[in-house]
Design a protein around this ligand. Structure first.
Ligand code: AMP
Length: 118
């Protein structure tokens, strides 16, 4: 059996996190190394290794990443002021954890494309 990813351990509660959302398809928790005032990771509960590995079966979970991003934006009061969603893919894309996740970043002007410089 493949080794569990660090995000699977967070979803299962084996590793502690600041969980902000959980349902049958996705979970969301604070990034341990925040690149903005609000930096939340929205993660599929299924450990899909990367966007390159998705199938049509995964579309409900992938769609849920966006509806949960919209909910988090509303909860944080940034739906209108704005935020950034990032999905890193593979080594050249800067993906460190091989388990699909969307970075939700908010809190003031975020600057140019990519992670804000802090
Ligand atoms: P990526 O480079 O897109 O794969 O992003 C992985 C993200 O996971 C990084 O922003 C890390 O700071 C974050 N991360 C790694 N370990 C943890 C953890 N235990 N709890 C929360 N975030 C984590």
């Amino acid at each position: 059996m493949a080794e569990e990813t660090i995000f699977t351990k967070i979803i299962n509660g084996t590793i502690p996190s600041k969980l902000v959302y959980h349902d049958d398809l996705v979970s969301a928790f604070a990034d341990i190394n925040p690149k903005a005032e609000h930096h939340i990771l929205i993660v599929t509960n299924k450990p899909i290794p990367s966007v390159s590995a998705v199938t049509t079966e995964d579309e409900p979970a992938l769609g849920r990443l966006f509806t949960v991003a919209a909910k988090i934006a509303k909860d944080l009061g940034v739906s209108e002021s704005g935020y950034r969603l990032i999905v890193n893919c593979g080594p050249d894309g800067g993906q460190e954890v091989p388990h699909i996740h969307m970075h939700f970043l908010a809190g003031g002007k975020l600057g140019g494309l990519g992670f804000p410089q802090r």
